[in-house]
Ligand binder design. Structure first.
Ligand SMILES: Cc1cc2nc3c(=O)[nH]c(=O)nc-3n(C[C@H](O)[C@H](O)[C@H](O)COP(=O)(O)OP(=O)(O)OC[C@H]3O[C@@H](n4cnc5c(N)ncnc54)[C@H](O)[C@@H]3O)c2cc1C
Length: 448
């Protein structure tokens, strides 16, 4: 496999996440023991691959899901658990420029449907993953950002007919959203928080109950057309399949399939979780809202209270995935946390981890058939917002593979272009981060 970060990031043991610590480890799935012929092979057992596998197995296809590690080991088992509007780094205006007003509305309907899809999956199957109320707070980090948020709310009202609630700075405290770095905000009504591993493991069990076979510790090391279908090489055997779904997102290999080379840019996102906060600590900070929340920096911070009183705080990671760089990143995450929540500067971090989100050269996600490769499909590129979107994208690609009509919006149906100078993607990311940090402005000063 050819990946663009250091090996450390792809070590297949579980990250030391709060999700793993708070959920009993399920019995590990077996590795593929030998060769196998199936209708469909799915590469990657995250939300996208498992949702596709579920749809396909329910329709009677024989399905093998192959993961280099375990179901949910990738971003799907280590994210912030925000089931939210997301998936692209394009502004609404840029989306309209690319696919027109109707195309933008179609994409918004898909984003909202994706949230509903995850909610329905967990609720109707008794997956105990929900962790809080519906809605999300978007907090402005400066007066200028607040003016931008208000303008955005007005534009969204015109474009999508949505009317988020606008909160002025002085209204934040009474809503439990106070902080020295917050200058007002918006409350959107869509989305809810969940336990990412509960969801992914519930999903894996549903796919298995429908007849899909899950093989863990089974990296696909080569993928090639063979006899009207596809041949997948793994360390202990070959899989032949009529159709293949590539659901490897930020963990993709540049050669599986060769078409994907240079089209993705994995980027690290890093999370810390504190010990449970006491009532007096909560009161001292004034940030008590159970809503999932984020600021609106280009390099955003995302944060929320967890059901047992812990606080989760996440932000973009570094551009190196070595063990030393990871330690530096975690120290930086802690500094940002203390700047935004100074009353909790003495509250220790008990869990910290990182993982890959997936950017694309078009700044939009892709879901659909791989051009020029009969029987090969993919879904990737949710730009750090894929809990909902990758779930529905996977399910819709599954429907496409069945020959059914799928509701994939025009924005997501366009294959992403290759990054110019793919060998320099990480350098480009570093330069973009520096420019965004300048534009985002400083963090609040930490009180002496
Ligand atoms: C720290 C962090 C926080 C995030 N927070 C949020 C959030 O709060 N809300 C939100 O909407 N999104 C969030 N995201 C993004 C979201 O988690 C992802 O968009 C989503 O989980 C992607 O799902 P997926 O199934 O496409 O890929 P993944 O879950 O990444 O799964 C890919 C799988 O492919 C496997 N794989 C790769 N190559 C091979 C191969 N050759 N052979 C076999 N298996 C292979 C990997 O082992 C992995 O399990 C976050 C991501 C991270 C990393």
């Amino acid at each position: 496999m050819r990946r663009i970060y250091e090996d450390h990031a792809y070590a297949t043991d579980w990250p030391a996440s709060w999700w793993r610590a708070s959920k009993p480890v399920p019995p590990p799935r077996p590795a593929l023991p030998g060769s196998l012929a199936v209708d469909v092979a799915v590469i990657g057992a995250g939300y996208a691959g498992l949702n596709a596998a579920l749809v396909l197995a329910q329709a009677g296809r024989s399905v093998a899901v192959l993961d280099a590690s375990q179901p949910g080991w990738g971003a799907s088992g280590r994210n912030g658990g925000f089931v939210c509007i997301g998936g692209t780094k394009l502004s609404d205006g840029q989306i309209v420029d690319r696919v027109g007003t109707e195309g933008a509305r179609e994409f918004r309907r898909f984003q909202l449907a994706a949230i509903g899809h995850v909610g329905a999956l967990i609720d109707s199957n008794g997956i105990p993953a929900r962790q809080g109320p519906e809605g999300e707070a978007y907090l402005a980090q400066s007066p200028a950002a607040m003016a931008g948020l208000v303008a955005e709310a007005e534009a969204e009202a015109r474009l999508y007919g949505e009317a988020p609630e606008v909160l002025r700075r002085e209204e934040l405290a009474e809503r439990g959203l106070a902080g020295p770095g917050f200058h007002g905000g918006l409350i959107g009504r869509a989305g809810f928080p969940l336990h990412p591993l509960e969801y992914v493991e519930g999903l894996a069990a549903l796919a298995e109950a429908a007849g899909a076979r899950l093989f863990a510790g089974t990296p696909v090391t080569a993928l090639a057309p063979a006899g009207g279908g596809w041949r997948l090489a793994t360390p202990r055997g070959e899989v032949t399949a009529r159709q293949v779904m590539v659901a490897t997102n930020g963990y993709s290999s540049e050669d599986i399939p060769a078409w994907i080379a240079g089209r993705t840019l994995p980027a690290l996102s890093s999370v810390m979780v504190t010990r449970p906060l006491t009532q007096s600590e909560l009161g001292a900070q004034g940030f008590t809202s159970p809503l999932m929340s984020c600021d609106v920096r280009r390099l955003l911070h995302y944060f929320r209270h967890l059901p047992d009183g812990r606080f989760l705080f996440g932000m973009r990671g570094g551009t190196s995935a070595s063990a030393a760089a990871e330690a530096e990143t975690q120290a930086r995450v802690r500094r940002h946390f203390e700047a935004l929540f100074p009353a909790w500067a003495g509250v220790p971090t008990e869990y910290r981890w990182s993982g890959f989100v997936c950017l694309t050269g078009s700044l939009a996600p892709f879901a659909g058939p791989v051009p020029g490769a009969e029987g090969l499909f993919a879904a990737f590129g949710c730009h750090g917002g894929g809990v909902a979107l990758q779930s529905l994208a996977g399910a819709e690609v599954g429907r496409l593979m069945l020959g059914e009509r799928a509701a994939i919006p025009a924005l997501m149906a366009q294959p992403p272009r290759r990054f110019p100078f793919p060998a320099f993607r990480r350098l480009g990311l570093r330069m973009a981060y520096a420019a965004y940090a300048r534009r985002d402005g400083p963090l609040p000063a930490v009180p002496a």
